[in-house]
Write a protein that binds this ligand. Structure first.
Ligand code: SF4
Length: 64
């Protein structure tokens, strides 16, 4: 899988980071960094939770 973010929708509140800190990090300037765009194993379920938890639907998962 691959995680993508639509930056025009991201409000940088960090719900994804709180659900999956291994995968997401919100910077002080309000930009979102995806630490691992291609999670594997147990991180895949964390990625899906973060995508579902994003309040602005900015995150997407593309299946390989
Ligand atoms: S939860 Fe969604 S809106 Fe919030 S920081 Fe993450 S990607 Fe951006």
């Amino acid at each position: 899988m691959r995680i993508t973010v639509d930056r025009s929708k991201c409000t940088a509140l960090g719900v994804c980071e709180s659900l999956a800190p291994e995968l997401f990090e919100v910077q002080e300037d309000g930009s979102l960094i995806i630490l691992n765009e291609r999670p594997e194993g147990s991180l895949c379920s964390a990625a899906r939770e973060a995508v579902e938890g994003c309040p602005t639907e900015a995150l997407r998962i593309e299946e390989d």
